[in-house]
Design a protein around this ligand. Structure first.
Ligand code: ATP
Ligand code: MG
Length: 251
């Protein structure tokens, strides 16, 4: 199953979710390929891989210069493998524009390795550009992190419109797999209001698990570790573990 983690709004918890869900799914016995499709490289550095010191990244695979398989790296969490990104990937948005079947590049390069994994998780950049379109074209499901903040629903209509377009034109199998509420603060009314609003809008597509606002979750990336290693018994780990169970039960 290929899941694209998408929301064109920045800073809503896409990379945090991609990194930590990969880790907790692995704890549940799943084999995970985490593909970093964001030039910012937060999923890459989140697993302690250096995004500055590497010759080749997912960009080179998209351009057909290397097989994706050769970019796959094991990380500290057993069962998780990462295809890193570097800032070079920023060029792909432009360079792919004139390429033949530019929207299906990721799907093509993933194809030979897909059978080796239970889940492929694609961390997308905060835009609905060509990289995100590639992720949507390669995906079976869209996983949308929504931050428990003002204007949470803003932009989601545009996102759903893009998903619908990709579904009709490029990838008929594409579905909204789930919506995950992030940075939930149970002490504020705002958080609960946003959850209610998003549940009104998306119904049962919203996961029961709410990801709490947690300092540990925000600290873990600076140690190059998912929260399962950085704070194994904390609330962040517990929440992402519950999310992993929900994800598996939905497949
Ligand atoms: P971008 O759009 O730039 O790729 P993003 O959607 O991937 O951002 P993240 O990088 O995951 O978002 O999170 C944005 C910031 O919020 C980061 O500093 C991250 O550490 C922090 N953060 C994410 N989730 C939580 C959480 N549950 N609790 C506390 N901080 C969080
Ligand atoms: Mg990110």
């Amino acid at each position: 199953m290929v899941l694209a983690v998408v929301n064109q709004k920045g800073g809503v918890g896409k990379s945090t979710t991609a990194v930590n869900l990969a880790a907790t799914l692995a704890t549940e016995g799943q084999k995970i390929l985490l593909v970093d499709l964001d030039p910012q490289g937060n999923a890459t550095s989140g697993y302690g891989l250096d995004k500055n010191q590497r010759e080749q990244c997912v960009y080179d695979a998209l351009l057909g210069d290397i097989e994706l398989e050769r970019l796959i790296e094991p990380v500290e969490v057993e069962g998780v493998f990462v295809v890193p990104s570097t800032i070079q990937l920023a060029g792909a948005e432009i360079e792919l524009v004139s390429a033949f079947s530019r929207e299906t590049k990721l799907k093509q390069v993933l194809n030979p390795v897909m059978g080796d994994f239970d889940f492929v998780i694609v961390d997308c950049p905060p835009s609905l550009g060509l990289l995100t379109i590639n992720a949507l074209t390669a995906a079976d499901g869209v996983l949308i992190p929504v931050q428990c903040e003002y204007y949470a629903l803003e932009g989601l209509t545009k996102l759903l419109e893009t998903v619908r377009l990709v579904k009709t034109q490029l990838n008929p199998a594409l579905e909204i797999f789930g919506v995950v509420m992030t940075m939930y603060d149970r002490r504020t009314r705002l958080s609960q209001q946003v959850v209610d609003e998003v549940r009104d809008f998306f119904g049962d597509r919203v996961f029961d698990t709410l990801i709490p606002r947690s300092v540990r979750l925000s600290e873990a990336p600076s140690f190059g570790q998912p929260v399962t290693l950085y704070d194994p018994s904390g609330r962040g780990t517990e929440a992402y573990q519950l999310l992993a169970k929900e994800v598996i039960s939905r497949v």
